[in-house]
Design a protein around this ligand. Structure first.
Ligand SMILES: [Zn+2]
Ligand SMILES: [Zn+2]
Length: 278
């Protein structure tokens, strides 16, 4: 429990028996320390039966491989975040390729372009992203795209380097209805994070009501971006239900229907095996 949580009544997320997949969570020790196992147990207790944990840098791959070996509910992805693009090298590419030979490493990413923070130059970001799209095509794995204030370049690169063969997801979607045509044309998925629950996120909410049902996912992107009802707390996979609840409301459907749809979408995108664990 975080400090904030100790000081008030805990907010219990809604859930339903069929469970749900958190399509993007960073359940790494750097953020959760010794509480990590507790948080993973809590996710299972809340029927968050599967989560995808993308690495953001090669330094995190070893820990991630240990995690997916020890936890049936956790799958991984290997990539280099745009913030880290300045460190991109042939050695990094090699490490990512090697990590992706593990059967539970289901995607390339997260990778992409972030022109809001610009922690790496645009040239560095474009190079690292292009080469990771090429890896995704070569290995026939989906790519987990981080896109912040870089829509045109992202679409262009996915088209040119993706050669019509790349598939994937725009994680932590921060766009609006105006971006959906291009995303649909690429046949990509859209994943909604806790941002969807914020009052000011009207543009994202409009898009959420419109995205084709077979193309939507939900995620926490924990430990960041806690949904409104637990804002200020450290985010964790169990809280994906708050975002699912909001998405169900926006789409005027039941939480159960929504959870089942986003989970089967994630299963299709990441080619997850049918659930075979306790
Ligand atoms: Zn991201
Ligand atoms: Zn992330």
């Amino acid at each position: 429990m975080t400090k904030q949580a100790k000081n008030r009544e805990p907010v219990v997320p809604p859930k339903c028996a069929g469970g749900i997949i958190d399509s993007h969570a960073h359940v790494v020790k750097e953020y959760f320390q010794e509480e990590r196992e507790l948080i993973l147990d809590r996710a299972l207790a809340m029927d968050v039966h599967t989560l995808i944990n993308p690495a953001v840098a090669v330094e995190g791959i070893e820990e991630l491989l240990e995690l997916i070996e020890s936890r049936a509910s956790v799958y991984g992805a290997a990539g280099q975040h745009p913030h880290e693009a300045r460190f991109w090298s042939p050695e990094h590419k090699e490490k990512i390729l090697r990590a992706l030979t593990h059967p539970k490493m289901v995607a390339v990413g997260e990778c992409g372009l972030d022109y809001f923070y610009n922690n790496s130059s645009r040239e560095e970001q474009l190079t690292a992203f292009r080469e990771q799209i090429e890896i995704a095509v070569a290995l026939d794995k989906p790519v987990i795209v981080h896109c912040r204030d870089a829509w045109e370049d992202t679409f262009d690169l996915l088209k040119s380097a993706g050669q019509g063969k790349v598939r994937g997801v725009f994680h932590c979607f921060t766009g609006g209805p105006e971006h959906l045509d291009a995303i649909t044309a690429l046949d990509f998925y859209v994943s909604f994070s806790g941002i969807l629950t914020y009052n000011k996120a009207t543009n994202i909410q409009e898009a959420a009501a419109l995205v084709p049902q077979e193309r939507m996912l939900v995620e926490t992107d924990c430990p960041f971006l806690s949904p409104q009802k637990v804002r200020g707390e450290r985010n964790e996979p169990a809280y994906v239900w708050f975002t699912a609840e909001k998405l169900a409301n926006l789409r005027q459907t039941s939480l159960e229907t929504l959870a089942s749809q986003v989970s089967s979408n994630a299963g299709a995108l990441f080619r997850l095996p049918a659930r075979g664990f306790k």
